[in-house]
Ligand binder design. Sequence first.
Ligand SMILES: Nc1nc2c(c(=O)[nH]1)N[C@H]1C(S)=C(S)[C@@H](COP(=O)(O)O)O[C@H]1N2
Ligand SMILES: [Mo]
Length: 320
Amino acid sequence: MLIKKPSDIKSSEITDEKVYRNRRKFILAAVGAGTAGAAGLTLPGLLASAPEPPLEPTIQGLVKSPLSTDEPQTPFKDVASYNNFYEFGTDKYSPAKLAGSLKPRPWAVSVEGEVKRAKTYDIDELTKIAPLEERVYRLRCVEGWSMVIPWAGFPLGALIKQVEPTSRAKFVEFVTLLDPKQMPGQRSGVLAWPYVEGLRLDEAMHPLTILAVGLYGQLLPNQNGAPIRLVVPWKYGFKSIKSIVRIRFVERQPTSAWTRSAPQEYGFYSNVNPNVDHPRWSQARERRIGEFSKRPTLIFNGYGDQVAQLYQGMDLKKNY
Ligand SMILES: Nc1nc2c(c(=O)[nH]1)N[C@H]1C(S)=C(S)[C@@H](COP(=O)(O)O)O[C@H]1N2
Ligand SMILES: [Mo]
């Protein structure tokens, strides 16, 4: 996000994307028909992250949440090939190419800190804490693009109730896996690793806040944050931390990776707000991936009716 301004990431990259996709289709066809498959070789970086539309939903029993938007959904191929995941490079297309090195199973998530029932959850146990729902949410990146994504997940609040925060818990800190072998981008110093994010406890308990384990009825592609990531739809996309290994309840406001890197540009709250510009660009408008012209950005990303009361009396320009 420090590297490119929104004006730098427009049609030129969309063109690159088409070229890239065609090349990818060609590579996949060659692998499928060629000797690599027959010889039993696996090409995790290639096959595991192929951004082709899924045929059948593999997560059974998903119930569509009424909290979903009915706007047109961004095609799977875009959701799974245009990503921000700096652990796999700063380029939008590199996560889909490189995230095959991430091993999303087995996977453990430690839930700890100011809770009565601290526990390390296996990912498959964590996924069963509450019924999985389909939540179709807008995602607005701080850089000025947006998507509509049908997540599969459950309310973070269901996990929070299970672990019982103590009266000292005021914030929740989330931490991504730290493993440069699986996440080659962590060999670069572009951010202080591991990626960290945080929410106020009431934000974390809000019914819109989910832990997502899938999208489009499939388990999460690695590049979208497998096996489990946060989704907070009224905040800029970088709050929605991927590939979580630790959830810690704390008394003090955590420092997010992006806030640590550029505190003047990325604050703790980072609520989507067309009236508060980024120091280097306007946040008034956004480009929905797949659309030509820009649209106005909505306060709280359009979720104001549900979340504005969380920030009553706060100066949103100071608390950016
Ligand atoms: N661990 C981690 N989480 C992350 C990021 C990242 O670089 N590392 N990028 C963030 C940003 S800037 C955005 S916009 C969203 C993008 O999610 P998507 O690729 O699934 O659309 O993930 C967020 N979560
Ligand atoms: Mo972002």
